[in-house]
Design a protein around this ligand. Structure first.
Ligand SMILES: Nc1ncnc2c1ncn2[C@@H]1O[C@H](COP(=O)(O)OP(=O)(O)O)[C@@H](O)[C@H]1O
Ligand SMILES: Cc1cn([C@H]2C[C@H](O)[C@@H](COP(=O)(O)O)O2)c(=O)[nH]c1=O
Ligand SMILES: [Zn+2]
Length: 203
């Protein structure tokens, strides 16, 4: 029975790394996989899934209008897919998550999605919300706040490291633009407390 999986975490937690490790495990055993990533997130390169530790693989870029089901079935018809892996799953639309669920349910292809749960305001991304609703298995990838507690939130910061509370939900960026924090320090930073000054261990 194929399942739909959602591996979620804050930024810089190892999501892409874990996706690439899972992909390798299938390919090393001679099984075909299909990788998708958000076309908008071209920090490393367009159509590439890359981890901060240097691993990378080509991936099919998806836009909000991409029919993932048709795209995957086209490939599946040529070379049967053992698994579909999706990075930056927070950028999926709800309809695209439904497409991925049909690939698991009607075509028996396991689908592994990796992404953020919430944005810089602590609001769910639409794709993440639909995955939290539909996925058969939810797994949290752990990351660490500057205080040592588990980081679950994503603070957007300016060039001076000051918290940004307003703006568009989608803004591509890395460690220069976002800092993963625990809820307590996320809320403190948004309230103007100097949580990140020196980036040492805050109180
Ligand atoms: N120089 C390093 N040495 C060891 N591990 C590192 C190094 N740099 C980053 N990492 C690890 O890689 C993780 C980020 O991996 P990545 O797959 O890029 O995360 P995500 O996709 O969640 O943003 C960090 O949380 C850290 O554990
Ligand atoms: C919190 C937040 C993040 N993003 C963007 C920033 C990055 O491009 C990706 C996540 O990258 P990761 O290293 O794979 O975790 O999402 C955004 O657009 N809006 C946000 O609020
Ligand atoms: Zn903290």
């Amino acid at each position: 029975m194929a399942k739909l999986y959602f591996y979620y975490a804050s930024m810089n937690a190892g999501k892409s790394t874990m996706l690439l490790q899972a992909d390798f495990n299938y390919r090393e055993r001679g099984m075909n996989t299909m990788l998708f990533t958000a076309a908008i997130d071209d920090r490393f390169a367009y159509g590439t899934i890359a981890s901060r530790i240097g691993l990378s693989q080509p991936a099919t870029p998806f836009h909000a209008t991409t029919d993932l089901e048709a795209c995957a079935l086209g490939q599946h018809g040529k070379t049967p897919l053992a698994c579909i892996l999706v990075d930056e799953a927070q950028f999926l639309t709800a309809e695209q998550v439904d497409q991925l669920a049909r690939l698991a349910d009607q075509h028996r292809i396991p689908v592994l999605c990796y992404g953020l749960r919430t944005d810089f305001k602590g609001q769910l991304f639409p794709g993440s919300a639909r995955l939290l609703a539909l996925a058969d298995a939810l797994s949290e990838i752990k990351s660490v706040c500057v205080c040592g507690a588990k980081a679950t939130m994503n603070l957007r910061v300016d060039a001076q490291g000051h918290a940004i509370a307003e703006g568009a939900q989608t803004e591509i960026g890395g460690n220069d633009r976002y800092v993963a924090l625990c809820r307590r320090h996320f809320c403190a930073a948004l309230a103007g407390e100097p949580v990140l000054e020196g980036r040492g261990k805050p109180d």
